[in-house]
Every structure is written in structure tokens, then in C-alpha cells.
Design a protein around this ligand. Structure first.
Ligand code: TYM
Length: 333
């Protein structure tokens, strides 16, 4: 039995990329493991959020995770800000991680762009908080999409430097759990960009709350090229949009890309998109409906998260107190 930790930012609404790249794996890994899943609201505010919208989206995304099969009785499901141990350990990690390491993070470089003078300092130290999220539980397995792998390498560097600096094997090594085939679902408008909550165009993603008509319309408008679908996977090279749609199809049909192309190769995108829409609608709309039912009772969602936070804190508190002792801080009462 392993201790699993993962998190999702409650900005916007979880989408098909989050589902295929991470959440479906979170659900599967519950069986036989101790699983801790977190809505990382402190990470969300590294970029300004409208406060009421952030609260509402934290509840909505919690409802979506439950609707995706995260069982809040078996797993621990909570919001990050409610367990203070994360921020305390993140501070210690701010003092362990090196400035140069953080400057090399590609996600920081992408998000900060050219205007580095004007991004929050929270955005710069974002990966330190992420390392703290995981290590405050001594979690060892972290199911994520491919875009998080650099951050997890950094978390291991931080853990190793802490252990080395204080001469104690205190933090374990983290193993990323990345599902190769769905680790990077791309935008529906541009097959070279990942599907993202922060893309300005809602047409670029399928939100887990989208209804059947919206899904059909987004897939109909999804960018493709003029060629028919190829008969073999090698011929998807240089065709990022086709590769993405076929990959989504394969993931939802639980089939191999080669099998999908055997069945659909030679077809134009019209018929293929209709079949793809059916698959997405069948998977996503029940999740949206269940989440809407749960979200109609915001008090219950908040209580679930608060109960989760109390259970999370019971694990985190002794570990972070020990980290504080190791670095030389006097005990709190
Ligand atoms: P976030 O909120 O961007 O995404 C949540 C999870 O979804 C995966 N993901 C994708 N997978 C495939 N294709 C995509 N287009 C796609 N977009 C997102 C992400 O890889 C992630 O697994 N920094 C994290 C949240 C976090 C965290 C943590 C994760 C904070 N602390 C500790 C693991 C452990 C993030 O912004 O994820």
C-alpha cells in the first residue's frame, strides 16, 4: 500500500485533459492505497482570482472530483488552505530550494513570459509549495499529467537537499505516475498547445460540466487538417490535431491508437467527429449531471472538504513539526 498525493487548481472548471491525464488515474489508484487529493487554492492565488469565483470554483471542482469517482470517505479530499502544514513546510522549502532551480522551471517561464517584473513572487516559488503539498504527507506516488514532471523532479531535488543539509533521511523519494497515452491532451483549437483551463477560448477545451450540445459543437469546430485520417499511427506525425483527436478517442474507447485507425483510417473527419462526440458525451455528461446535483448543496460540499482537511492535518501535523524541529525551530504549544 502506497500513500498517494495529487492536486488540482480550482481555477476555472476541470476539463477533459485533467480527466484523462490525471483524475481517472486518481480514481483508479484509490483501490489498495491511501489516497489524498487536494484542491490547491493557495496555488490558484499565485495569479489574481475573483474571490467569490474562487470559492465557487473550489466547490464546483470538488463536486466534479467526487462525480469522477473520488470517494471522500475512502480518500481524503480537501482544500489546501485549510491545512496550514502545507504553507509552513513551503516556507522551509523556500529556504532550501535555490533561486536558479526555480528560474529554470518551464511553467514559470511560460506563465511569466517577458513581463517577469510584474508576476507575483508566489508564482516563482509555486513549485516549493507543490513539493510541500506532497512531502508534508511523506507521500511517495503522485499521479499527474506530463506537464508536472519537471515540478516533481524539483520536489525530489528539494527533498534530497533538505536530507543532505540536515544529515537525516527524513523525506522520501517521489515517484511520478504518468499515464503515457493521455499524459498530454492538446487544445481543440491548436494541436501544439496543451488543453488548459487558462486558455482564453472556451472552444479549446471540453469542460467536465459541458452539456451534449456544447460538446458536439466544440468537436465539430475542432481544428483538423484537410487530409482524411491515416491508416497507421506513424502517419499521424506532423498532424498534431489529428493525433490529438485520435488519442482522445482511443482513451475513451479503451482501445489502442492502431485499432482506432484500423476502424476509421481513410475516413474524412466528419463521421469520425460524430463518433468521437458520442464517446465524449457518454463519458462526460453523467459526470456533469452528478456534479450539478452535488453542487446544489454547497454546505455539504464544504463540510466534506473540512472533514477531509481535519483528516489530512492529522497526518501532516506531526511530519511538519518534525521538519521544524530538524531545522532548529522551537516547538509550538
Ligand atoms: P492543474 O490544475 O493544472 O492540473 C491538474 C492535473 O491535470 C493534469 N493536466 C493534464 N493532463 C493531460 N493533458 C492536459 N492538457 C492536462 N492539463 C492538466 C495536470 O498534469 C495535473 O496532474 N501544479 C498542479 C497542481 C498541484 C499538484 C500538487 C499536483 C499542486 N500541488 C502536488 C501534484 C502534486 C497543477 O497546476 O495542476
Amino acid at each position: 500500500m502506497a500513500r498517494i498525493f495529487s492536486g488540482i487548481q480550482p481555477t476555472g472548471i476541470a476539463h477533459l485533459g485533467n480527466y484523462l491525464g490525471a483524475i481517472q488515474n486518481w480514481a483508479a489508484l484509490q483501490e489498495g492505497n491511501e489516497s489524498i487529493y487536494c484542491l490547491v487554492d493557495l496555488h490558484a492565488i499565485t495569479v489574481w482570482q475573483e474571490p467569490d469565483a474562487l470559492r465557487a470554483q473550489t466547490r464546483t471542482n470538488a463536486a466534479l472530483l467526487i462525480a469522477c469517482g473520488i470517494d471522500p470517505v475512502h480518500s481524503i479530499l480537501f482544500h489546501q488552505s485549510a491545512v496550514h502544514a502545507h504553507a509552513r513546510l513551503a516556507w522551509i522549502f523556500n529556504c532550501v530550494a535555490r533561486f536558479g532551480w526555480l528560474g529554470r522551471m518551464t511553467q514559470f517561464k511560460d506563465k511569466a513570459g517577458k513581463d517577469r517584473e510584474n508576476v507575483s513572487t508566489g508564482l516563482f516559488v509555486y513549485p516549493n509549495l507543490m513539493a510541500a503539498d506532497i512531502l508534508t504527507y511523506h507521500a511517495t506516488e503522485v499521479p499527474v499529467g506530463e506537464d508536472q514532471s519537471q515540478h516533481l523532479e524539483l520536489a525530489n531535488d528539494i527533498a534530497q537537499k533538505f536530507n543532505h543539509d540536515y544529515g537525516i533521511a527524513f523525506f522520501p523519494t517521489i515517484t511520478p505516475r504518468i499515464i503515457g497515452t493521455t499524459a498530454r491532451i492538446m487544445s481543440l483549437r491548436d494541436g501544439t498547445k496543451k488543453m488548459s483551463k487558462s486558455d482564453a477560448s472556451d472552444q479549446s477545451r471540453i469542460n467536465l460540466t459541458d452539456d451534449a450540445d456544447t460538446i458536439a459543437q466544440k468537436i465539430r469546430r475542432a481544428k483538423t487538417d484537410p487530409e482524411p485520417l491515416p491508416e497507421s499511427a506513424e502517419n499521424l506525425d506532423g498532424r498534431p490535431e489529428a493525433r490529438n483527436l485520435v488519442g482522445i478517442y482511443a482513451a475513451l474507447a479503451d482501445a489502442r491508437v492502431a485499432d482506432v485507425l484500423r476502424d476509421h483510417g481513410g475516413q474524412g473527419f466528419g463521421t469520425f467527429k460524430e463518433r468521437l462526440t458520442e464517446l465524449i458525451v457518454a463519458k462526460i455528461t453523467p459526470i456533469g449531471a452528478e456534479a450539478a446535483r452535488l453542487a446544489a448543496d454547497p454546505g455539504t460540499i464544504e463540510r466534506i472538504l473540512q472533514d477531509g482537511a481535519a483528516r489530512a492535518a492529522a497526518i501532516a501535523e506531526p511530519i511538519v513539526r518534525e521538519a521544524e524541529r530538524i531545522v532548529g525551530l522551537l516547538p509550538a504549544r
